[in-house]
Design a protein around this ligand. Structure first.
Ligand SMILES: [Zn+2]
Length: 355
């Protein structure tokens, strides 16, 4: 994305002011919620720092030799580090074992070998005589050994180099790494700034303010809801959930519906709804809901249950999400069990309230 996002501008100016007086930190930790464009900011900064004739606002010219190399992904003084597959129970980093046999649990991490390569890269003099730039994203995926091997470079950076660590979860980085970086904190923009930006980019008949609410104020997340079929999926799931709770859809069929598409996202919706149910139970007119457009359904669901059950169900959904996203489990089975219990609770809840 080449567009400059309006909510970035104060941070951009701060960094450029520091650069102008020669006080640019050698390690920046770009942290804040997802959907704010932290990575595009980091790329913009990397290109600007490498550019041979940046403009008045500090941006890259886009024309010079180094800008062309940067865009082609072949600038010799720029290195981007991304997580690689790791075999959970394997012996280190060998890739030779990956023959596709058996089911090996893989997770994505930034490994120590990648960081050693990066430190060697930073140790060499810049080929174009300017900065050497490293971009690590998502930086919270540094494994422990990789983070430790980065410490020395963070402490005694070799020459003119800038490390850009991008993460939506700064707290997951070791404190030793965090304390050696200057935090650049990205906050969700004010609605007055986010809404016009979003409205100008949304097509179709969805209400931008509602989509922005459901995206918790993150404009890029909101735009992705509006552009793809995620919004429609969410409504379908809510409709299915309603039919299941009122005995019109079998929990097993409902589980099949939940297993379609991105299960982690589906379960995040479910967590959001259940959080809203508790908000509504505590206060029928809560100051905000995560899913205001689903309010009629949410109100119906919350009316059917005692607070204790709603809290228990939220716990169960969070647990379901954690299990399904971090462990090797039989997700359809767990989902069926959860949905059957929720449907059962609601049927008995109705009987109780009607007695
Ligand atoms: Zn340039």
């Amino acid at each position: 994305m080449d567009e400059h996002l309006p909510w970035h501008e104060p941070l951009w100016r701060q960094i450029q002011e520091r650069r102008a007086v020669g006080r640019l930190p050698h390690a920046l930790l770009l942290g804040g919620p997802p959907g704010l464009g932290k990575l595009s900011f980091a790329c913009r900064l990397a290109q600007a720092l490498l550019c041979e004739s940046p403009g008045a606002a500090g941006d890259a010219c886009g024309q010079c030799r180094t800008c062309r190399l940067f865009r082609a992904g072949s600038h010799p003084d720029y290195s981007r580090v991304q997580p690689e597959d790791e075999q959970k129970s394997g012996e280190g980093d060998s890739s030779a074992g990956d023959t596709g046999s058996g089911k090996k649990k893989k997770s994505k991490v930034i490994k120590i070998d990648q960081i050693r390569d990066l430190c060697a890269f930073l140790d060499h003099t810049a080929q174009y005589g300017g900065y050497k730039i490293a971009l690590l994203e998502p930086a919270d995926q540094l494994n422990v050994n990789a983070a430790n091997s980065l410490l020395k470079t963070l402490e005694e950076p070799p020459g003119a180099c800038v490390l850009l660590l991008v993460t939506a979860r700064p707290a997951r980085l070791p404190a030793t790494v965090r304390s050696r970086c200057q935090l650049i904190r990205f906050d969700r923009p004010a609605t007055e700034q986010a809404l016009p930006w979003l409205t100008a980019r949304m097509t179709g008949d969805l209400d931008p303010a509602t989509v922005l609410d459901v995206a918790a104020g993150s404009p890029l997340v909101a735009l992705s809801y509006a552009e793809g079929d995620r919004w429609r999926r969410r409504r379908e799931l809510a409709d299915g959930y309603d039919r299941m709770l009122t005995g019109r859809l079998d929990p097993i069929q409902a589980a099949e519906q939940w297993m379609q598409g991105d299960l982690a996202e589906n379960l995040r919706w479910l967590i959001g709804w259940h959080t809203d149910l508790i908000r509504l139970k505590m206060n029928p007119e809560p100051p905000r809901l995560s899913h205001p457009d689903l309010s009629p359904w949410l109100r119906r669901w919350t009316a059917r249950q005692a607070p204790r059950i709603l809290f228990e169900r939220l716990d169960a959904v969070v647990q379901l999400y954690t299990l399904c996203t971090t462990a090797q489990v039989n997700a359809p089975l767990l989902l069926e069990a959860f949905l059957s219990e929720a449907a059962g609770d609601d049927q008995s809840g109705v009987q109780k309230t009607s007695v």
